[in-house]
Each structure stands twice: as C-alpha cells, then as structure tokens.
Write a protein that binds this ligand. Structure first.
Ligand code: COI
Length: 355
C-alpha cells in the first residue's frame, strides 16, 4: 500500500501471542481476535496520534453516546495471503470511502486517509502470521468508529474512537442458507440510513431475523418498507437472482448498502459475458419465475459471506427450494473473484492491493 509512512503511529507490541491456541481449521466467524488493535481518538476537534496496542478491553464512561444513541459505524474488509506469503487487500479504498460516508450520515467526523492506510498496513504487518494461505482462509478486518463522549443529551458526540480489530476467518455461514422474504418488518426507510454501515441497521434486524430463524431461515431478504413489494438486500449480503440466463439485482438506493462485493460481482459477471440487469425486482416476479421453473439461482454477496448460494426461500408461509445444479453463476463468479483476491490470476480490474 503506502510506500512511505508519513504518520507517526505509536506501536506497543503484545508480549505474548494467542495464535498457538487457535484451531485455524475450525473457525467460527468473528469469535477470535488477533493480538493487536489499532486505535485513534478524536478529541478537541482533531484526530490524535494513532496507536497500535495489544488487543484489550476498552474503558468507557457508562454515559458514552454510543451506548445510548448507537452513534457507531463500521466496515468489513479481508486480507488474503498468496503462495509467496504476500498479503493482499481487495478494493480497500472503497471501504475507506464508505466508512467516511457512513460517518458523515451519522454526524461523525471523517477519518484521515493516511491514518487509515498506514494504521492498517502496520497492523497487518504485525498480524501476518494470523493470515493463513489457501482459498477460503482470510483475516477479517473490522474498522469501526464509536462515540465515546460522556453525556446522555441526544446530540452528536465531540469525542470518538476509530479502531481496527482483526479476526481470522473462513466461511460466514456454516451450512445451507435459506431466506425469508420480508412481508411485515423493514430494515430501512427512504431518507434513513440504510445505505450506511451503521450499527443500528444490524441491531434492528436481530429480532425479525430470530423469528425467521425459528421458521427455518438463516436470513431475511428485506423488501421496500412502504409496500413490501420490491426485493432489496439481505442485511449481511446484497442479493442476486438468476432468471433463465439473466443475472438480476436491484439498484442501490439510500435504503440499500452499496456493497463492494456486489459491484465486483456485476463487473465480473459482465466480463464473463453474463447478461446482468440492475433494476427493481418485484417479489411477485420471483414467485412467478420459481413457479415456472425459470428461477435458477439466488445468491448473496458480501465481504464476510463472499458469494453464498441460497438453497431456498419462503414468503408469507409458502416455501420453495431452488434446483441443485452444477456450474452455477455463483460458483463461477466466486472463483473468479477469489482468484483475484488470492493473487492466482492477473488482476485486470486493479482491485488487488499489496500490503
Ligand atoms: C461484512 O460482510 O463485512 C459485513 O459487514 C456483514 C456483517 C454483518 C458480518
């Protein structure tokens, strides 16, 4: 990434490592964290000296705004190791831009680019042994910003913490994924902050998703909040439908996350000669397509989920299973994107960035 470090980052190395206690072949997503973390405080109107310290709990005042008003945003990124032990990021600039877009919407200060990239580079250099080789292995990177100023007046804080923590990762979902199409609850409304990676967008899904879990679904495909007529996104993933040989996904809006993997899927699919349509998709169109046998695949895309096939879906009490086919678009596109991420092919799109 950046060749020269212009930022002074204070680094305190951990004296011991947890790495030997980790079973890297049986990772559950997001449960284990590496030895260090990056932290930078915003105080007196400016970001202070960034630090890397041993991974440790934070001490916050119980009245800190983040606890009361959810003033918090985050990102999801991954680092990959190739056969030569080189470490790569995938379109990291997009994550940097998006966290600042999310912060802006939540009235939080934007984070400086050089702090972000230099902090991330130094952190990944320290944690390089936590990144295992091989398709499917990665280091999940979680940058986030929280409002730390004490006081429960409902107004933007004047103090924040920007942090990066890292977790070794394999797959996000443990088995087959079935989704429920929302017909009552909503994830986001027009004019709201559904496009932002704000903590509250995820917390608001937990209750409806737990009902869906009891009904045998792992995720919900959210629909427009007004009439529940159009399909939007699946909360941890953007969503794609293969109808006949066309790949269809809905356009992004202020209710939908502008997924970096989503954009990569569209570019990659078009490059493979697949006919891609980005347009509003009605729930009724998908039901009609599945009943006619024209709905060949549904898959989700996201950093954590990568590209995850959907085995079946439900709507208003009815359930459908999708055909189990070989040579799916999901599998082909996933392989092509992973080849770039793991540096096994030339990257003609310029997506891969060496650490
Ligand atoms: C990601 O894919 O990185 C996300 O942020 C989704 C998250 C809920 C795991």
């Amino acid at each position: 990434m950046s060749k020269e470090t212009v930022t002074k980052i204070e680094i305190e190395k951990a004296t011991t490592s947890k790495i030997n206690e980790v079973d890297f072949n049986n990772l559950v997503f997001g449960n284990i964290f590496t030895d260090h973390m990056f932290v930078c405080d915003f105080e007196d109107g400016a970001w202070q000296t960034p630090k890397i310290t041993p991974y440790q709990p934070l001490t916050l005042d119980p009245s800190a705004r983040v606890f009361h008003y959810g003033q918090a945003v985050f990102e999801g990124m991954k680092a990959y190791k190739d056969e030569h032990d080189d470490i790569w990021l995938f379109r990291p600039e997009e994550n940097f831009n998006r966290i600042n877009k999310s912060s802006h919407r939540l009235a939080m200060p934007e984070f400086p680019k050089e702090y972000f990239f230099e902090g991330l580079t130094e952190l990944l250099k320290l944690e390089k042994d936590w990144i295992k080789k091989g398709f499917g292995n990665s280091l999940y990177i979680r940058p986030f910003v929280i409002a730390t100023e004490p006081g429960v007046s409902a107004s933007p804080a004047k103090k924040y913490k920007f942090m990066i923590i890292c977790s070794p990762a394999q797959s996000y979902y443990g088995g087959e994924v079935r989704v429920k199409i929302a017909d009552h609850y909503s994830r986001a409304a027009s004019g709201g902050f559904g496009f932002a990676k704000a903590a509250g967008n995820y917390a608001g899904q937990f209750f409806p998703t737990s009902i869906a879990n009891e009904e045998g679904f792992q995720q919900i495909i959210w629909t427009d909040s007004e009439h529940h007529e159009y399909l939007e996104e699946a909360g941890t993933m953007n969503i794609f439908f293969r109808i006949g040989n066309k790949l269809v996904t809905c356009p992004i809006s202020d209710r939908i996350l502008d997924g970096i993997t989503r954009r990569s899927v569209i570019t990659m699919a078009e490059d493979m000669g697949i006919d891609v349509e980005v347009r509003p998709i009605k729930v009724s169109e998908i039901i009609e397509a599945v009943n006619k046998g024209e709905l060949k695949e549904i898959f989700g895309s996201g950093t954590a989920a990568v590209i995850n096939p959907i085995a079946g879906f439900g709507y208003k009490g009815d359930k459908w299973e999708l055909p189990k086919t070989e040579n799916t678009y999901a599998a082909k596109i996933k392989q092509a994107i992973m080849d770039i991420q793991y540096n096994t092919v030339e990257d003609k799109f310029g997506w891969r960035v060496k650490v």
